[in-house]
Design a protein around this ligand. Structure first.
Ligand code: NAD
Length: 421
């Protein structure tokens, strides 16, 4: 792992992309700092009558292209640096997909599993009370992230409505369908990655019935497995935080998902699925055409990147590959489809939710899928072409693509030569 902090590492991508474009220095000056990060403490009443306070943040990184957009994470390790880095990535992700949004992110430092349901509801509502003037359908639009879900989004939207005295479902996305959520949001992240891989399959050297290994069998990982298996591909290995299993002739994905839904851990499923239990690091080294990291940040590092045998890595997780590992993979000819493109299906369908909320007219699932597919294919193709033309990795191409759009917007307010001239 790199010694640099997460944010400094993220900024390296900005500098690299800037070297490929003729952009005004104003653009870098604007994008190298978050516009606004607010820190507060949420004080809530616990079930035993005591009061407890939790650190919370909301970062609006850049709003040149539109209201800021980004999830809220509830995690015991959350910190300001992570929030600002995730908000930076959201800025680029929204630009990659040409969504009319800037980037934002929020977090509460808490282990939500240690809270009762009522405490969790009070904490979620307290977050909105604290940030009621930061968020808003035209200002900053949160969504779920790690350890937050649709019900939490529903509580938060309700709290916002009570504070403002009106009903504004567009203030937050990822809500339950009955409260203005969009069809197709559940599997949007995985589905976006799946459409991308299918569209570029020939260029990626992936046959129709390729093999897949998935690290992290949560929301994104499970939906990816289901889509890949339904498309005649073989899911040969999966892992979660408890362990990993491997079956070279393909795992029964339906059984696997049913067992996970019933609360079983991957580590306990080897026998039931006729698979071999392996270590989480061995999962990275199994024979598979496609490796899908869908767990957390910094999972593929200098220490294990050399063992990866896949031809292609699809980053459904945010930041799963460290910069050193990225270089190793590039040098070895492994194609990495970067997070800001590969997992952007989630924010894209969040955008569709916001649009539907604002127009008060809701689309059917077919319409959502077809719009998502079109967007993933359009931006994926554009990035692939930039990569070929400039002889750079898909990651660099994605940053160049996004920075081009951000620069055009920032420069539209006037540049240094304009004002000095
Ligand atoms: P999740 O909590 O549902 O799933 C994460 C999974 O990773 C869990 O199964 C967990 O057991 C597993 N895991 C944790 N540590 C692991 C380890 N060391 N080895 C193997 N597995 C491990 O979360 P999710 O919503 O699926 O998100 C996963 C990643 O995708 C995150 O990086 C998230 O930011 C990113 N992402 C998710 C969405 C979305 O819409 N869900 C959108 C964009 C990006």
């Amino acid at each position: 792992m790199s010694d640099d902090n997460l944010f400094d590492r993220a900024l390296v991508r900005l500098e690299e992309a800037a070297n490929h474009l003729k952009i005004d220095q104003d653009v870098i000056e604007k994008l190298k700092y978050p516009r606004e990060t607010t820190k507060t403490r949420l004080l809530i009443r616990m079930d035993d009558g005591s009061r407890k306070s939790f650190l919370a943040w909301r970062c609006r990184y850049d709003d040149t292209r539109g209201p800021t957009k980004g999830g809220i994470r509830f995690h015991p390790d959350s910190n300001i640096e992570e929030v600002e880095t995730l908000a930076f990535w959201m800025t680029f992700k929204c630009a990659v997909m040409n969504l009319p949004y800037g980037g934002g992110k929020g977090a509460v430092r808490v282990d939500p599993r240690a809270l009762s349901r009522s405490e969790l509801e009070r904490l979620s509502r307290a977050y909105v009370q604290a940030f009621a003037t930061t968020i808003g359908p035209d200002r900053d639009i949160p969504a779920p992230d790690v350890y937050t879900n649709a019900m939490i989004m529903g509580w938060m939207a309700d709290e916002y409505n009570q504070i403002t005295g009106s009903v504004s479902p567009a203030v937050i996305t990822g809500k339950p369908i009955a409260l203005g959520g969009s069809l197709g949001r559940n599997d949007a992240t995985a589905r976006g990655g799946f459409y991308l891989v299918r569209h570029l399959a020939e260029e990626l050297g992936l046959e129709e019935n390729h093999t897949v290994a998935i690290q992290g069998f949560g929301n994104a990982g499970q939906y990816y497995a289901a889509l890949a298996a339904a498309d005649n591909n073989k899911v040969v290995a999966v892992s979660d935080s408890t362990g990993a299993i491997h079956k070279p002739d393909g795992l029964d994905v339906d059984k696997l998902i049913a067992a996970k839904t019933a609360g079983r851990c991957i580590a306990d499923l080897a026998d039931a699925l006729g698979a071999r239990a392996i270590s989480p690091d061995q999962l990275l080294a199994v024979e598979a055409d496609l490796l899908v990291p869908a767990a957390l940040e910094d999972m593929i590092t200098r220490a294990n990147a050399g063992s990866i045998r896949a031809k292609v890595v699809l980053e459904l997780a945010n930041g799963p590959v460290t910069p050193e590992a990225d270089t190793i993979l590039n040098d070895r000819g492994v194609i990495v489809l970067p997070d800001i493109l590969a997992n952007a299906g989630g924010v894209t369908v969040s955008y569709f939710e916001w649009v539907q909320n604002r127009q008060g007219y809701y689309w059917d699932l077919e319409e959502i899928h077809s719009r998502l597919k079109k967007t993933m294919e359009r931006e994926g193709r554009a990035i692939w072409t930039i990569g070929r033309e400039r002889n750079v990795s898909a990651r660099s191409a994605a940053y160049i693509h996004a920075l081009g759009r951000l620069a055009t917007a920032i420069e539209a307010h006037g540049t240094q030569p304009f004002f000095a001239g």
